[in-house]
Design a protein around this ligand. Structure first.
Ligand code: 13P
Length: 252
């Protein structure tokens, strides 16, 4: 039985006042929430500590959007897994396509970050996804398979079971053009098959696989009802408490 995970990736949005207002609204909305759904928000680094203190008595979990793979050292401008763990961050997004594309993150770097998160007991959400050109050339599955195989390089069975995978086709991110529920489910089930080849049926059947890319109130229900999709990673629609809450309620 897989518990759906609905996660908000705030990206580089919200100042402190806006962050606290959004969190306060979410706390209110989820006060009596008792469905079997995990709720996660991933604010910018600057807001993590304050938000952690305000969500302590709520059902809302906290994640970071990125991290370095080293514990500490001369890495100006970076934030380490130890620092995230220290303030109670439970999840971290690894290898988001914006980081792969805009900050040149390679499969090797993503593999190092995945291992570092696992070492510190932070649950990694590994993002994978193809470009429009790759999909149009019919190579989307081999791209995803490569991204997964490289990310999991040298990670043992026990640790592999702690990873969450988010399928985020790059052409659907922030474009308002979501993958159809069939496309999303087909890729989620391909990801499950790939994981099964690497780690066996048990790990693959228990793995949480999210879809991300223009998930909105009006398409969440359809996407989240697919067999192999266990939640969503949401950008734009997670910045509005009411919309995010409606999407949370679409999860089953
Ligand atoms: P949008 O929901 O804004 O398309 O962003 C998706 C995303 O990148 C989540 O990580």
């Amino acid at each position: 039985m897989r518990t759906p995970l609905i996660a908000g990736n705030w990206k580089m949005n919200n100042n402190m006042t806006e962050s606290m207002e959004l969190v306060d609204n979410l706390i209110q909305l989820t006060k009596n929430f008792n469905k079997n759904v995990e709720i996660l928000i991933c604010p910018p680094f600057t807001a993590l500590f304050s938000i952690k203190n305000s969500i302590n008595d709520s059902v809302i979990k906290l994640g970071a959007q990125n991290m370095h793979f080293e514990e500490k050292g001369a890495y100006t401008g970076e934030v380490s897994p130890m620092m995230l763990h220290d303030i109670g961050v439970e999840y971290v997004i690894i290898g988001h396509s914006e980081r792969r594309q805009l900050f040149n993150e390679t499969d090797d770097l993503i593999n190092k970050k995945l291992k570092a998160a696992l070492k510190y007991g932070i649950k990694p959400i590994l993002c994978v996804g193809e470009t429009l050109g790759q999909r149009e050339s019919g190579i989307e599955k081999s791209i995803i398979k490569n991204q997964i195989t490289n990310a999991f390089n040298d990670i043992n069975d026990k640790d592999s079971a702690k990873v969450i995978i988010a399928y985020e086709p790059i052409w659907a991110i922030g474009t308002g053009k979501n993958a159809t529920s069939n496309q999303a489910n087909e890729m989620a089930s391909f990801i499950r098959k790939t994981v099964s080849e690497l780690y066996g049926e048990l790990v693959s059947q228990n793995m949480i696989i999210q879809y991300g890319g223009s998930v909105k109130v009006n398409n969440a229900n359809e996407i989240l009802s697919q067999n192999d999709i266990d939640g969503a990673l949401i950008g734009g629609a997670s910045l509005k408490a009411e919309d995010f809450y409606k999407i949370i309620n679409s999860a089953q």
